[in-house]
Ligand binder design. Structure first.
Ligand code: PSV
Ligand code: MN
Ligand code: MN
Length: 424
């Protein structure tokens, strides 16, 4: 399915008067309006291929129908999102779920929708049917060198797929760890993992990055071998300049101060990118901004502060990606909501009066500092984000148009109601 340009324009035409009214009153108070608008237009958030179907829990799964059955259909779905919001210009693939049969035709299809290929993801947390050794007791940390070699080889294959597609990064998330005290020698596990990662690092092209994603728990519940940002930073530092830490918002212990982690990783030049999602309890993979929108804003506040201090390009110097799962919502609607929440947090953080904040901090004026942050956070920036979308050729309200065009109904008609997307 395709959403033709004229349908977006028609929709925008009838929604425009109301939008302009709201925008005008907001713009009066923003002195860097054009700069903010341009940054919003440039900002793109990659969509994970595995989030296009209904997720599930270990208790069950309730698919909604019309899910993508192939890599081609996953690209088509991201194309639909991008047509609507003009902010989802890349897809992130997970191997072996998304092995391309023909690179040229996959690349051509993505280009047709204006999409690029974001970070490639390897998978050594599941056993595949044709695999020689099991990852039951880990992959890169495994006591058996043959298992480690298999995991390294898989990652090198993932890099090779990525090179063919024009991706520039590899994200490695390892489920390695232990379930019980005594199961694992932490030092040996770390060293074996490091050696395995070094072999993968050696296979990276010169212009590639490797992102080391950390996670405190699950599926191992006693220890995780890349368990937190400290461990990830250790690996990334030992690996070299192409290695960075990746922050997935759901991978921390409760109440972790993620914005502070972000600030320090940026200071060290070792923040690589993000997996956006939200959570109340653990790695819940809920819609970004659905539970803790203030936290998302505070993270963007530190991102902008740190990126500007290092003169980094907001849009291109870090990897921005969603990593979410949808148990009860239409996955495409959920992804539109996540992208919108990320854009809103980014826009609000762009409005922070940085000079005044810095002065308040230097004066120990705690109340003033809070007033400054919350003034930005409480600004309704929805018209601003909508205006950026409008100028980029997207829809003023993507979900409203998605529903009025009955996109899901059309996908069910084309693909059927009993489809299962590959992924988790
Ligand atoms: C693990 O929880 C994770 O966040 C990693 O990024 C995986 O690659 C992804 O989920 C999908 O399983
Ligand atoms: Mn993740
Ligand atoms: Mn996760």
């Amino acid at each position: 399915m395709n959403i033709e340009k004229y349908k977006i324009e028609e929709y925008n035409q009838q929604a425009k008067a109301k939008h302009v009214r709201k925008l005008e009153s907001l713009v009066e108070d923003i002195n860097n309006y054009h700069e903010v608008l341009e940054k919003l237009i440039d900002f793109q958030i990659a969509i994970p291929s595995w989030a296009l179907g209904s997720g599930g829990t270990r208790f069950g799964r309730f698919p909604g129908g019309g899910e993508p059955r192939s890599l081609e259909e996953k690209i088509e779905d991201v194309g639909l999102l991008h047509a609507l919001n003009q902010s989802s210009g890349a897809i992130s693939l997970h191997i072996p779920w998304d092995v391309p049969k023909d690179y040229q035709s996959i690349k051509a299809l993505a280009a047709q929708y204006g999409l690029g290929f974001d970070a490639m993801n390897s998978n050594t947390f599941q056993d595949q049917p044709d695999q020689t050794f099991s990852y039951k007791f880990g992959s890169m940390q495994h006591v058996d060198a043959a298992v480690r070699k298999q995991a390294v080889q898989h990652n090198i294959e993932v890099i090779q797929h990525g090179i063919e597609l024009g991706s520039k990064s590899l994200t490695v998330w390892l489920s390695d760890g232990s379930c019980f005290p005594g199961q694992l020698n932490f030092r040996k596990a770390f060293q074996r993992t490091l050696e395995s990662l070094q072999e993968v690092y050696a296979a990276l092209p010169a212009d590639w990055k490797i992102f080391v994603e950390y996670k405190a728990f699950e599926p191992n519940f006693y220890s995780t071998t890349v368990g937190d940002w400290g461990q990830s930073l250790l690996y990334a530092s030992k690996l070299g300049p192409k290695a960075y830490t990746l922050v997935d918002l759901g991978h921390h212990l409760p109440n972790a101060n993620i914005e502070q982690i972000v600030s320090l990783l940026l200071m060290e030049g070792k923040l690589g990118g993000f997996h956006f999602n939200d959570s109340k309890y653990g790695d819940d993979d809920l819609t970004a901004g659905s539970i803790k929108p203030y936290q998302l804003f505070l993270i963007f506040n530190e991102l902008i502060e740190g990126m500007d201090a290092r003169k980094m390009n907001h849009a291109t110097d870090l990897g921005w990606m969603i990593d979410a799962s949808h148990n009860v919502k239409d996955p495409l609607e959920d992804l539109l909501q996540s992208v919108e929440a990320i854009m809103l947090a980014y826009a609000q953080a762009l409005l922070v009066d940085r000079k005044a904040l810095s002065a308040a901090q230097e004066d120990n004026d705690v109340a003033k500092a809070q007033e400054i942050l919350q003034a930005a956070f409480r600004t309704d920036v929805r018209p601003l984000v909508a205006e950026a979308r409008l100028r980029a050729g997207g829809a003023l309200n993507p979900i409203e148009l998605y529903r009025s065009l009955n996109v899901r109904g059309e996908l069910i008609r084309e693909r059927g109601s009993k489809t299962v997307a590959t992924g988790l």
